[in-house]
Design a protein around this ligand. Structure first.
Ligand code: GDP
Ligand code: MG
Length: 729
């Protein structure tokens, strides 16, 4: 047997280009996963044999660029220049060629021995796009191997090309991309000095260092400073001179200029017969035609608003009846259980704690389902991506990023999401400051748990124009989130914005199966939460609302009043007059009220009235709001319990809505004030935990709790005081 030669290759590419698929094809079970030193980025290594060679393969983290905005980019870049693999296999998604070539262009700038694996040609084919690999290879000056990684097609050809490249002794020279006359001249001049001083010569080509310094790559500047401290002041003076000159002449940053020229280079490559679109009738073409209308500068946003409004009409119109049925059902169940069980704590726990508490949350399942179904249509058809695209420009003015839109939408930007995945979705943001600003404002969106609160108060106090009200609240949540983001980005999170690339997937017709699956998954999450966390919290809160029990002396007072009326003992069934029944009912209600006021929760709620009177909340509402920090659903279930424990004037049907409507403390203004407070006050525990984990500091969690609560308090106070002064109550 011949001796094996060893070579080292790295797989680089955009996320989802198929790196891992290819890596698994190549290495099979021969792989292990570790971490790059000092960071959380995963490092996957493995090996394979081909033609008497042992090929060691590293799967680099997926990146769109080789700047230093994220850990992934830094890891990929450092690995490539320090480890100098014999071949860099750049996996390119053929169905998304232009965007993927942006990274390729940067690999070529570094003078690395690149092979392009033109992956997903099956997808490109389906879309009627054909790519001339030979032409692409000729224009870029590197081997290009078409493949379908998922089927293993083209893998052997790729390995053969790798071996050919590894056998050529000298790596290819850096590919000269022109960045425009001004920059080119500056790069040549700077590169001359860098070469003369031998700065970082073992790692990077001199023109690349020059280009990166001009691009404003802080990490590279730090590396240069460390390698040649005496050299940096003069070089930076020259760099700053060029930057100032460009700023004065073309009013653009060097970074943007360089990016523009890279795209220009790619476009020119692609236009030279690399891509042929086979038919005009394909999906992309139709998509483009639709987008001409749906993402039109003026008509697009109008369509977007109309679509949202339509979604709310759909939800509120069709979910009203089932919600009503469920509420009646739970009321019936509560009454039935109350009739069976003997008076006492068990009855109170079952009826007031569990059935009314959890029932209050379950009753809103139809609204949640309809909303989720509508959103699934928008998402699966590809329209949500257009929303993000259109909102990008608006977001930039507020110091956020186009990618922030997705986080907002996931958190309930259209209504009915969850801030936990929303917070996790901020991971796609590259700039730490934009990411923090998104992270902190994304809980302002109307998540699924806030919906029941809104739905209850809207349908109780704003019976005319429910959909319009929901629409208004959505707009308020976005406006507040953007204003707060702007505030954060101009105070504690100051910094420059990062460039944005976004792709619009072609529209597709959603399948019913997909829609139902999406709806079901999300509704399932809601139900699971209602059955676990909320059940437990309801029981806990019930206990706090029941104990300590009323002292016997006070109980005796109520008993005496009943006797004074000549009421029969409970065990004897005697017909009583309606008048007496009403009087007895009033005494029952007064006693229940006294019990709640005496309890732990009642005292705390009363204590908070000192501040909550500014926002128009009574002590029962305070109890619900404190409970709501555990999970926002608790607000509704606790209100249900609080108002059934201490009913002052119960409506005919005994529902919470009726109880609120008949309670003099509640009116349109206080209802609106409460809705706003619930929308903006402290995120729930799960979200706070996520913020702490994602920001790496408990301080941001504490900040979100206090800042948001303060913000909500100020807003509600303003609305309540103004509304009452105007006599709108
Ligand atoms: P990575 O993010 O670059 O590691 O991408 P993955 O290897 O995880 O692939 C992303 C998705 O593309 C997966 O669902 C793969 O199954 C799929 N995929 C990979 N290669 C191909 C291909 O050649 N054709 C098609 N149709 N799908 C592919
Ligand atoms: Mg991967």
């Amino acid at each position: 047997m011949r001796a094996e030669k060893q070579i080292k290759i790295a797989l680089a590419g955009n996320p989802n280009a198929g790196k891992t698929t290819l890596f698994n094809r190549l290495t099979g079970a021969n792989q292990h996963v570790g971490n790059y030193p000092g960071v959380t980025v995963e490092k996957k290594e493995g090996e394979c044999r081909f033609n008497h060679h042992l090929i060691r393969v590293v799967d680099l983290p997926g990146t769109y660029s080789l700047t230093a905005y994220s850990e992934e980019e830094v890891v990929a870049r450092d690995y490539l220049v320090r480890e100098r693999p014999e071949a860099v296999v750049n996996i390119v998604d053929a169905s998304n060629l232009e965007r993927n070539l942006y990274l390729s262009c940067q690999l070529l700038e570094l003078g690395l021995p690149v092979i392009i694996a033109l992956n997903m040609i099956d997808v490109a084919d389906d879309r009627g796009v054909k790519i001339e690999a030979a032409k692409l290879s000729e224009l870029l000056g590197v081997p290009v191997v078409p493949m379908i990684a998922r089927r293993g097609q083209g893998v052997d050809a790729l390995l053969a090309a790798v071996l050919r490249l590894a056998a050529t002794p000298a790596p290819s020279a850096p590919r000269p991309v022109s960045y425009g006359e001004d920059l080119d001249r500056a790069i040549i001049s700077l590169a001359g000095r860098i070469e003369a001083e031998n700065v970082l010569a073992d790692l990077y080509p001199a023109p690349w260092v020059a280009m990166k310094l001009l691009e404003g790559d802080a990490r590279l500047a730090a590396q240069v400073k460390e390698a040649a401290p005496e050299f940096i002041p003069t070089v930076m003076a020259e760099v700053n001179g060029v930057i100032a000159h460009l700023d004065a002449t073309v009013a653009s940053t060097t970074e943007a200029m360089i990016a523009d020229h890279r795209y220009g280079f790619i476009r020119s490559v692609v236009r030279q017969g690399v891509i042929t679109v086979q038919s005009d009738e394909d999906r992309i073409y139709i998509s483009d035609r639709i987008d001409q209308v749906l993402t039109h500068r003026v008509a697009g946003p109008l369509f977007m608003l109309a679509i949202l409004l339509g979604l709310y009409y759909f939800t509120f119109t069709y979910s009203e009846m089932p919600v009503d049925w469920l509420m009646r059902g739970f009321n019936w169940l509560a009454d039935a259980v109350a009739a069976i069980l003997p008076d006492g704590y068990l009855k109170s726990l079952m009826v007031n704690g569990i059935i009314r508490g959890v029932g209050g949350v379950f009753s809103f399942v139809p609204i949640i389902m309809f909303m989720f179904f509508g959103i699934a249509i928008l998402e699966d058809s590809g329209y949500l991506a257009r929303v993000a695209f259109m909102m990008d420009r608006v977001f930039r003015t507020f110091g956020l990023h186009g990618s922030s839109v997705m986080s907002f939408i996931i958190s309930g930007g259209i209504a009915g999401g969850c801030a936990v995945p929303g917070v996790l979705a901020t991971r796609t943001l590259r700039s730490p400051r934009e990411r923090m600003a998104t992270l902190l404002t994304t809980p302002f969106m109307n998540c699924g748990a806030k919906l029941p609160v809104m739905a209850l108060f809207i349908s109780t106090f704003f019976t005319q124009g429910k959909a319009r009200m929901m629409f208004l609240l959505t707009i308020i949540s976005w406006v507040c989130a953007l204003l707060v983001a702007k505030f954060l980005r101009s105070t504690i999170l100051k910094g420059v914005p990062t460039p944005f690339v976004m792709e619009l997937p072609p529209y597709r017709f959603p399948t019913l199966r997909g829609l139902l699956l999406h709806t079901w998954e999300r509704t399932g999450d809601y139900l699971r939460k209602a059955g676990t966390v909320i059940l437990a919290a309801s029981v806990l809160i019930w206990a706090m609302m029941t104990f300590p029990a009323l002292p016997t002396a006070q109980k005796a007072v109520f008993a005496a009043r009943r006797q004074a009326l000549g009421a029969p003992a409970a065990t004897v069934a005697v017909a009583i007059s309606p008048a007496m029944k009403a009087q007895l009912g009033r005494i029952d209600a007064e006693e229940a009220e006294a019990v709640l006021a005496h309890s732990l929760a009642g005292r705390f709620g009363h204590f908070l009235e000192g501040v909550s009177r500014f926002t128009g909340f009574d002590w029962r509402t305070n109890i619900a709001l404190v409970g709501g920090v555990a999970a926002k659903e608790i607000v509704i279930s606790t209100l249900g319990t609080a108002y059934s424990l201490g009913e002052v004037a119960v409506g005919n049907d005994g529902s919470l809505a009726a109880a609120l409507r008949h309670n003099p403390a509640w009116n349109r203004v206080s209802a609106f004030s409460l809705i706003l407070f619930v929308m903006f006050y402290s995120p729930c525990i799960a979200t706070i935990a996520c913020i702490v984990r994602e920001s790496g500091s408990w301080r941001w969690g504490a900040f979100a709790m206090t800042f948001n609560t303060l913000f909500a308090f100020l807003l509600s106070t303003l609305v309540y005081q103004a509304g009452m002064a105007l006599g709108l109550g």
